[in-house]
Design a protein around this ligand. Structure first.
Ligand code: FAD
Length: 500
């Protein structure tokens, strides 16, 4: 019989509880996990939109979807609506169904052929039109737990309630300690122990830094290498505000991302009569006071509310090149962060835990395994950076911020456009590397930002054999009919959540 590996996780925000839960599920009795967190500062409290991969976590932790929705005030997220990234325009980035669905009887596989169909046939073929992203439409209740449907929705939720609820689901398997870490003892290579304010020293075989922006463990190690990407993603400030909505207001099933002259604003519907919202900008171009004034104006115009919050979160886009170092790994915000444009952070946290498990770092912590996990993490981070960068391939020049963006990306935009229009038929615009975002996502953003030459795409589409083109159109017709039939079965998102 092996003695279980002792794992200490510092932090019980979303990253800490996801790491604790997935590691315990994977190793069962072979690990003994202790999570330490500061009760006065449970979690950052933002991070309210997820990607569909969050469903995998619930499944692995055996948390019923409906219980989760009820306990964390969740709403269903079918995608993101981008507004004014090109002034006066909007586009929708939907989560796509990636597999055959028995219900919808359409083959929506993840290849260029389908992407062409998506593009050419337009919104008729997009999942948003199948499920309806219009206010008032929800998700057909019967599809919620269907395996095939899980890849096509995420959640909006209360970030604080999320980590609290998952903690409560794990409390019989994992030790949670409410105490403050006052110092971390390391020889530069390894973490030796952690000193808690009340309990004194605790030690472990393996340490996980989920302490958020504090990076309590990782910054005690030598040889940490930070990759700064602020030249590509310069936004570094967020003013956070919760916006109350009327009791009887409908609940949207998508996140809104609206570009402004200084950056952009997010709005996430949470199921207790509020939006989580925030104003993002770059301190190089906009002072906090200027941002406050602009956000206040937006709140008045859009919600008839004034800015009441004084909470500003400061961050800097970048990540640790090696997130696994000797006996410690950094996960979640402690390992890096890029601005929240596509809600990639929790999804990348899930991937990081999966890299740890895949390469068996906790039970077989060799330099070779660490190298493999670090390589995967690096690839993922670069995939996220490339994908977020794409969202800024816009022609806005209405402020110094946008002038900087447009000028600094001019070459990349030009090259990308050429690639889109030359290569669309035979190879992927991603160079066949779907590292984080799928080709469908690239198509949706590129189309929304007018990066494709329409005539060229059409020409390349019709190079397919006529039978294929016919099939695409037939698929779209089937999608349209399914849409009509699903809509007739749908109830409003609000009612759906109330009845869950
Ligand atoms: C403006 C903004 C918007 C975001 N929006 C999204 C989004 O829509 N979707 C998304 O996926 N992600 C989003 N994120 C990222 C998201 O917030 C994080 O991925 C997520 O909340 C996980 O955070 P965490 O657990 O790493 O850190 P935190 O939530 O900060 O948790 C840190 C933990 O460390 C503990 N801790 C810290 N210091 C000590 C100490 N001295 N002693 C003991 N414990 C300590 C705290 O108690 C806490 O439990 C956003 C981030 C920002 C900044």
């Amino acid at each position: 019989l092996h003695t279980p590996k002792r794992v200490v996780i510092v932090g019980s925000g979303t990253a800490g509880v996801i790491a604790a839960g997935l590691i315990k599920e994977h190793y069962k009795d072979r690990v003994d996990i202790t999570v330490v967190y500061d009760k006065l500062n449970e979690s950052i409290g933002v991070g309210e939109g997820t990607l569909p991969s969050f469903s995998d976590v619930l499944e692995k932790l055996k948390i019923p979807v409906r219980e989760f929705i009820k306990n964390v005030n969740a709403t269903i997220k079918l995608g993101i609506n981008f507004k004014n990234w090109i002034p006066e325009t909007e586009y929708f980035h939907a989560f796509y169904l990636k597999r055959d669905t028995e219900r919808l009887r359409i083959k929506l596989d993840n290849n260029l052929y389908t992407s062409h169909a998506n593009w050419e046939l337009g919104s008729r073929f997009e999942i948003k039109s199948i499920l309806g992203h219009t206010p008032g439409y929800g998700v057909p209740s019967s599809l919620l737990e269907r395996e095939q449907f899980k890849s096509s929705y995420g959640y909006h939720m209360d970030g604080v309630l999320c980590s609290r609820y998952i903690r409560s689901c794990l409390k019989d398997k994992i030790t949670f300690i409410e105490d403050e870490v006052i110092s971390v003892n390391s020889d530069g290579e390894n973490i030796k122990n952690i000193c808690l304010k009340e309990r004194g020293n605790i030690s472990a075989d393996y340490y996980i830094d989920c302490s958020g922006f504090a990076k309590l463990l990782f910054r005690k190690l030598n040889r940490i290498e930070w990759k700064d990407v602020t030249d590509i993603l310069p936004i570094n400030r967020a003013i956070i505000q919760q916006i109350k909505t009327e009791e009887d207001a409908e609940i949207l099933n998508y996140t809104s991302s609206e570009a402004t002259t200084e950056g952009w604003i997010w709005q996430i519907p949470v199921n207790n009569n509020r939006y989580g919202s925030g104003y993002l900008y770059c301190s190089e171009f906009t002072s906090d006071e200027e941002a406050r004034i602009s956000y206040n104006k937006w709140l008045i115009e859009n919600h008839d509310k004034t800015l009441t919050s004084s909470k500003i979160i400061k961050f800097s886009s970048g990540y640790y090149v090696n997130f696994c170092l000797n006996n410690c790994t950094a996960i979640g915000l402690a390992s890096g962060f890029f601005e929240p444009l596509e809600a990639t952070s929790i999804a990348s946290t899930i991937n990081q835990v999966n890299f740890l498990l895949k390469h068996d770092i906790i039970s077989c912590n060799t330099s070779c395994n660490r190298k493999l996990a670090n390589e995967e993490n690096k690839k993922m981070q670069q995939g996220i950076i490339d994908f977020l960068d794409l969202h800024y391939f816009t022609s806005r020049t209405d402020s110094n911020f946008w002038k900087y963006i447009t000028n600094s990306k001019a070459d990349s935009i030009q090259k990308y456009k050429e690639k889109c229009n030359l290569d669309l038929l035979n190879s992927s615009i991603l160079d066949n590397k779907e590292v984080f975002a799928t080709l469908e996502s690239y198509i949706a953003i590129s189309k929304g930002l007018n990066l494709f030459d329409k005539a060229n795409v059409r020409k390349s589409l019709y190079q397919y054999p006529p039978t294929h083109v016919f099939q695409m159109k037939t698929n779209a017709d089937i999608a349209e009919r399914c849409l009509q039939s699903l809509k007739s079965q749908e109830i409003s998102h609000k009612l759906f959540l109330a009845n869950i």
